[in-house]
Design a protein around this ligand. Structure first.
Ligand code: ZN
Ligand code: ZN
Length: 182
């Protein structure tokens, strides 16, 4: 029997925003901080409450800003090897059955190999998300990004209309476990 066990998000709530680097958009964006309680769920039934969690969602593409969206070096090598194997099979002298097309296919597969090679050699070690975050200028807006209303600026910065906290940097908000019992 197939049991669908998984993590469910309950009471997800947008609690703030800041500036972050989005790995999907590949540029600095306004990112929304979403907090939720993780539940262990069986099918659609939440059965066990887990910890509170949070993540940053890009306000442009709605994806998690720190996830990975580019092809890694290992995947590129695997794709190139696969393409080389296909080429080797196409150059098999026994492959007579596609006689009319075989030269087209061989030519095409060589072009694909070359493109794969170029793609592989152009692979650059990208700066990590941490490094990119560290380079961002802190957010110093006086107006809310969402409603354009004036922000309350005191001990904390927030938009009362949107009920959002405004963090100067992403790091300012990563204090989920700061309320440790002393
Ligand atoms: Zn994005
Ligand atoms: Zn607002």
């Amino acid at each position: 029997m197939y049991l669908h066990l998984g993590i469910k998000k309950r009471h997800a709530k947008r609690i703030g925003y800041s500036r972050d680097y989005c790995n999907y958009c590949e540029k600095p964006v306004i990112a929304e901080l979403w907090r939720y309680r993780a539940w262990l769920g069986l099918f659609w039934i939440p059965i066990l409450p887990l910890n509170k969690r949070q993540h940053w969602l890009c306000s442009k593409c709605n994806k998690q800003t720190d996830s990975r969206y580019t092809t890694g070096l290992v995947s590129k090598i695997v794709i190139l090897l696969f393409s080389l194997i296909v080429t080797a099979l196409l150059f098999d002298p026994e492959a007579q059955q596609y006689n009319d097309y075989i030269w087209w296919l061989r030519g095409l597969s060589i072009i694909i190999n070359i493109l794969c090679l170029v793609w592989l050699f152009k692979h650059k070690k990208l700066p990590s998300h941490q490094q990119r975050r560290a380079k961002l200028a802190p957010l110093k807006d006086a107006h809310c990004h969402f409603c354009q209303g004036p922000l309350y600026i005191g001990l904390e910065t927030r938009c009362d209309a949107c009920k959002l906290k405004v963090y100067r940097t992403v790091k300012d908000a990563t204090k989920l476990s700061s309320k440790r019992p002393s």
